[in-house]
Design a protein around this ligand. Structure first.
Ligand SMILES: Nc1ncnc2c1ncn2[C@@H]1O[C@H](COP(=O)(O)OP(=O)(O)OP(=O)(O)O)[C@@H](O)[C@H]1O
Ligand SMILES: [Mg+2]
Length: 393
């Protein structure tokens, strides 16, 4: 995963295109990359930008976090998961809204899509005809009985084909009993009130609710979608203090979570004034993939001392050993072209170390990382002669 950004023109062509765009040297090669570079070219994006620009002024005034300032208000502005968004729009057009269960990883637009849907469905009646409950609200059986039942029973005159909407965000954190209690409410008020659930773990939602809902599965956003969105926000905020490697790092680090990308970008800009790779990794407190790659490269070649030399700064800067181990794991798993047997060996050793650390092994970072490094080195020298170089434990 890390490697695709280290060799961007091979595996991640858009990243290179953006680099070229910044320098103004070469033209973008792919349509998608062009769109990302030039801002938003597609119809949806244009519309999105239009409605976003209106809010730009407001956001500056109110100093909202960018995630909130640029949270889409209309379904057309929601990035990615086109199939799910298309289905939601279909429900609106056909005036047939089922109960909904939106599930998927964080920061992919589930809550956003639900509120956009409610706004488009209800128009001016949005505030009055929507009840939104999330994990910060009490959502035990009592709440379900009182708040939800009271809302569902409330008389609001809506045009035909429109329904009151109960939005239950982070529904996977509701107790099973509270979920059970909802079954009855959903049945009783089905002609006037619809329910929209959002969750990260659909397995934590009881069968009875699954069977009463149409499920829409949101996937992580693609790199190009995250990149396009963060470019749009930068343009709207008129931020020009960014470097292509900074945006690439944000895309890489966010792993398809737009909330992470936007928050890290804002924190980097606010904290350092320049969005480049180094600042992004510093602000996010993540080890830089280029250095991790060097460490693995040294291990692979048996340059044990050089690997430790590269490790030292991380340890001195106080990175958590778990973070380092996880980052090394990601790098070995997706970011190298090493021999498969060696790769499996590395992964096994990292996995074992990870388990020891998670289990609370009371040793320092250097020992943990030393063990990982040693395991790499020992693979190169199976006669154990390497162990005299480095003492662990
Ligand atoms: N698909 C998207 N299109 C546009 N903006 C998005 C999208 N997904 C996330 N965002 C941005 O990230 C923020 C968080 O998104 P949202 O709350 O919808 O995520 P979520 O999927 O509900 O995450 P969680 O599972 O953690 O609740 C939004 O305010 C918005 O700025
Ligand atoms: Mg949410």
């Amino acid at each position: 995963m890390y490697f695709k950004f280290i060799v961007p023109n091979v595996i991640c062509p858009f990243a290179m295109d953006v680099v070229e765009d910044k320098k103004g040297n070469e033209k973008a090669e792919t349509k998608e990359a062009k769109e990302a570079i030039e801002g938003c070219e597609s119809k949806e994006e244009k519309q999105g930008t239009k409605s976003l620009s209106k809010k730009k002024e407001e956001s500056k005034k109110s100093q909202l976090p960018w995630v909130e300032a640029y949270r889409p208000k209309l379904l057309v502005d929601v990035v990615g998961n086109e199939e799910c968004i298309e289905r939601l729009r279909g429900f609106l057009v056909n005036d047939h809204l089922p109960n909904l269960l939106l599930c998927g990883p964080p920061g992919t637009g589930k809550t956003t899509a639900m509120t956009c849907l409610a706004r488009e469905l209800l128009g001016s009646a949005f505030t009055e005809a929507t009840l939104e409950l999330n994990a910060s609200d009490e959502r035990n059986v009592e709440t379900v009985r009182k708040r939800i039942t009271t809302f569902a029973g409330k008389k609001i005159s809506l045009p035909s084909g429109k329904y009151k909407l109960v939005i239950l965000d982070e529904a996977d954190s509701m107790t099973k009993t509270a979920q059970q209690a909802l079954r009855r409410v959903m049945e009783t008020f089905k002609s006037t009130t619809k329910f929209a659930f959002a969750c990260n773990h659909p397995s934590k939602i009881i069968e009875a609710i699954h069977s009463r809902c149409t499920t829409l599965r949101f996937a992580r956003l693609s790199d190009i979608q995250v990149l396009k969105r963060i470019r749009t926000v930068l343009d709207l905020e008129k931020v020009s203090e960014w470097m292509p490697d900074g945006l690439t790092s944000l895309v890489h680090m966010s792993e398809g979570d737009l909330r992470v990308a936007l928050n890290t970008m804002q924190a980097t800009y606010a904290g350092t004034g320049m969005i480049n790779a180094e600042n992004v990794y510093t602000v996010a407190d993540q080890p830089h993939p280029n250095i991790l790659h060097k460490i693995i490269d040294h291990c692979e070649k048996g340059h044990f001392k050089l690997a430790v030399h590269e490790l030292k700064p991380f340890l001195e800067q106080g990175y958590a050993s778990v973070d380092l181990i996880e980052a090394l794991f990601g790098m070995v798993k997706d970011g190298t072209t090493m021999d498969q047997a060696l790769q499996l060996h590395f992964i096994r050793e990292i996995g074992l170390d990870h388990r020891r650390v998670i289990n609370g092994l009371g040793v320092s970072s250097i020992q943990i990382i030393g063990m990982v490094t040693l395991s790499f080195f020992c693979f190169m020298f199976p006669d154990d002669s390497c162990k005299s170089f480095f003492s662990v434990g």
